[in-house]
Each structure stands twice: as C-alpha cells, then as structure tokens.
Design a protein around this ligand. Structure first.
Ligand code: NAD
Ligand code: TDX
Length: 340
C-alpha cells in the first residue's frame, strides 16, 4: 500500500510516521508537510533513510500541487493530520485555520474524488463536541454527541468533519474520522501544555496556568493514538466516526503539579494568568465503540505515559531547545509577555 500521511513533520503525524515505517516495511509511507512553524524535519531523523519512507514538501490547500501529487503517486490511503492545531493561535489569527483545516481538507477530498482512493482518514479531535460541565463526571462524549464548538480551531475541525461526511454521502468517497482527546508524548511542540511546562520548569521559569487551573482534559499517549488510527484505517467501517481516549482525566493544575514533582521543582513556579477566552471546561471521551468493535486498548496510563514523556524531554533537550531559541521565542513574548 502507498499511504500519504499529511502533517507528518508535526507532533502526532511524526509519531505516526515512525510507527508505520517500522511496522509495515512492505508499505510506502509518504510524508507530505508544508513545514509551517510546527513542522520539524528533525523529528523524522530516525526514519529518513528507510527505503519505505519519503518526504515531500507541500501545502494541502494548494490545489494544483495536490492534484499533480495524486496523479504522480496514485496513493491508496490518505491519513490527514495536517492542520493548524493550537487553540490560542486560532483566537489571535483564525483565518489560517479556515484555509488549512477546512480548505486543505476539501482540496484533498477533491483529489480523492478525481483520482480515487481506498480510504481517506480524517484525524479530528474531541474539541468538535464542545465541552462538558465540571460538576457532571457521569457525562462523556460519544460518537452521537452533537457538534457544538467553542473556538475558531474547533469550529474549523468540525467544519472539516462535515465536509468529509458530505463527500462520503454525495460522492461515495470511502472515509473514516477519528476524534481523539488531548495527546502528549515525544516530539510535541512546546507551545502545548505539557511540553511548555516541562521546558519552563527545567529553566526555573514561571508556569502560566490559565484561570484557576480547574479545567479538565482527558490525556492519551500519542503512541496509543497512532495505534488506534492504524486500526481504524485498516479495520474501521467505511463512513464511520470513532472516538479515541483512555479515561485519563486530570485538571490542568494536577498535570502541572505532576510535572513539577517529576522534575523536583517547587510549586511556587506556578503563576495563575488571565484565562483563555471561551476556555472549554472539560473534555472526556467514551471510547467504547473503538474498544468493542475493533478491540483497541491503550498501552499507557497517565502515570506510565508521563514518566516516559518527561524522560524523553530530558534526554532530547536539543530537539526542543532548538525550537525555543528560534522564532518561537517571539511568539511566546507576544502571547504571554504581559501575563508573566
Ligand atoms: P502539529 O501542529 O504539531 O502539526 C501539524 C503539522 O501540519 C505540522 O507539521 C505542519 O507543518 C503541518 N501543516 C500545517 N499546515 C499545513 C498545510 N497547509 N499543508 C501541509 N502541512 C501542513 O499538530 P498535532 O498536535 O500533531 O495535531 C495533528 C492533528 O491531530 C491535527 O489535525 C489536530 O487537529 C489533531 N489532534 C490533535 C490533538 C492534540 O492533542 N495535539 C488531539 C486530537 C486531534
Ligand atoms: O500556557 C498554558 N496554560 C494553560 O493553563 C497553555 C498553553 C494551556 N493551558 C491550558 C489550556 C487547556 O485547558 O491547558 C489545557 C491544554 O491546553 P493546550 O495544550 O493548548 O491544549 P487544548 O487547548 O486542550 O487542545 C489540544 O487538545 C485537542 C490540542 O492543542 C488540539 O490540537 C487538540 O485538538
């Protein structure tokens, strides 16, 4: 099989490329990535010389380029990770989220319609369901929960999901969608909560916690996410949505304190800052469909996953220090400058 992985130089896409290149030596994995601020070819170093791997630089919203790529490569499967993925950036600059997340996805779907495809898989998010109240721990997102978004990011992802389903129904494109909870693990860009806190705690810098830190996220190790996507692409039913999550709910404050404990740093580093506008309160996934229909089970719980992740950031300082010392430092100043 020839599989195009879009966004394979990012966090989850990069981990997925590693996983697929190792697991399926007989398949060809093509990593298509525009190398935005979030794309990093350093992440692909472990696979770059493998015979079943190839990198192509390109933009999923560039129609001419995408059609030519499909014509040349004739892929069997597309797994679409490419996206603008950071909620805070979507609040300051929503437009690029529409271009990449919505128009990029429809451009890929148009190419699938024109050239044919065995499966188009859309990597979506639990954020399309909106949020749950903090005082109802009995409530979870199922695949039937209505879409009800809060941020420009989640609205762009929900919109893309609707287009995927529309192309399935109207044009008969074989599709699947997965909606996963918050990921953590190696190679995550240090703008996201866990790597941000690890890198700043190691430098004895203040840790910005939005609001009172009581918002809840449901954490899944990135490797478990990759395994689930592989399973859905190969065995999932055509036209179906699968939720992915491992029942690891934590408040943001609990997560930050876990990082501080693991690094033996004081809680006095925590600094409560202005809340994110429209901040979703709680995400919690019910993964029953994936578990019962496809037999998926996560390998990590939050404790084992965090231990492995923190160890990785300690052993791979060069990877993230390189990012922090570059253009990203301007972004941090702009976003947090008057908060810290
Ligand atoms: P990321 O920001 O780390 O990586 C995104 C990648 O997409 C980068 O390599 C970037 O260069 C590439 N990209 C951006 N625009 C592009 C374009 N126009 N054309 C080609 N490539 C482009 O993101 P991530 O955290 O790895 O998330 C990957 C996917 O998983 C996204 O679709 C996101 O919505 C979804 N998701 C993320 C999480 C999470 O917790 N991070 C959870 C659930 C779902
Ligand atoms: O400095 C911070 N302080 C803080 O308190 C940052 C960056 C975040 N937070 C809070 C906001 C959230 O409640 O931590 C929580 C996690 O924040 P992010 O890492 O920005 O993730 P989130 O907004 O939950 O979205 C993530 O999960 C779903 C990904 O970025 C999305 O791509 C994915 O779809």
């Amino acid at each position: 099989m020839k599989i195009i992985v879009t966004g394979g130089a990012g966090f989850i896409g990069g981990n997925f490329v590693h996983y697929m290149v190792e697991k399926y030596p007989e398949d060809m994995i093509i990593n298509l990535d525009a190398l935005t601020y979030a794309g990093n070819l350093e992440t692909l170093k472990p696979v770059e010389n493998k015979p079943n791997y190839k990198f192509i630089k390109g933009d999923i919203a560039d129609r001419e380029f995408i059609f030519k790529l499909f014509e040349d490569e004739k892929p069997d499967v597309i797994v679409n990770f490419a996206a603008e993925s950071h909620v805070d950036r979507s609040i300051t600059d929503p437009e690029i989220f529409v271009r990449t997340n919505v128009m990029g996805t429809t451009t890929l779907l148009d190419a699938c319609k024109q050239f044919g495809i065995k499966r188009f898989h859309q990597v979506s998010t639990d954020e399309v369901y909106g949020d749950l109240p903090l005082d109802r721990p009995d409530l979870f997102f199922t695949e039937e929960t209505p879409l009800h978004t809060s941020s420009p990011y989640s609205s762009s992802k929900a919109s893309a999901d609707l287009f995927v389903m529309a192309y399935h129904r109207t044009f008969g494109i074989p599709v699947s969608i997965s909606r996963c909870s918050n990921n953590y693990g190696p190679y995550q860009f240090p703008e996201k909560l866990i790597p941000l806190m690890i890198s700043r705690a190691l430098a004895d810098e203040e840790l910005p916690v939005y609001g009172n830190g009581a918002n809840v996220r449901d954490w899944l190790h990135v490797k478990d996410h990759c395994q689930a996507i592989d399973l859905i692409v190969r065995k999932g039913a055509d036209g179906c949505v699968y939720n992915i999550g491992g029942h690891n709910e934590r408040t943001n404050l609990e997560v930050v304190k876990t990082v501080l404990r693991a690094l033996d740093k004081p809680e006095s580093l925590i600094k409560y800052v202005t809340d994110r506008p429209g901040h979703d309160r709680r995400y919690a996934i019910d993964p029953k469909k994936l578990e019962t229909e496809l037999g998926w089970k996560p390998e990590f719980n939050f404790d084992t996953g965090m231990k492995q992740t923190i160890q990785w950031y300690l052993e791979n300082r060069e990877w993230w220090e390189h990012i922090i010392s570059g253009e990203y430092s301007n972004y941090f100043e702009k976003m947090y400058g008057d908060k810290l």
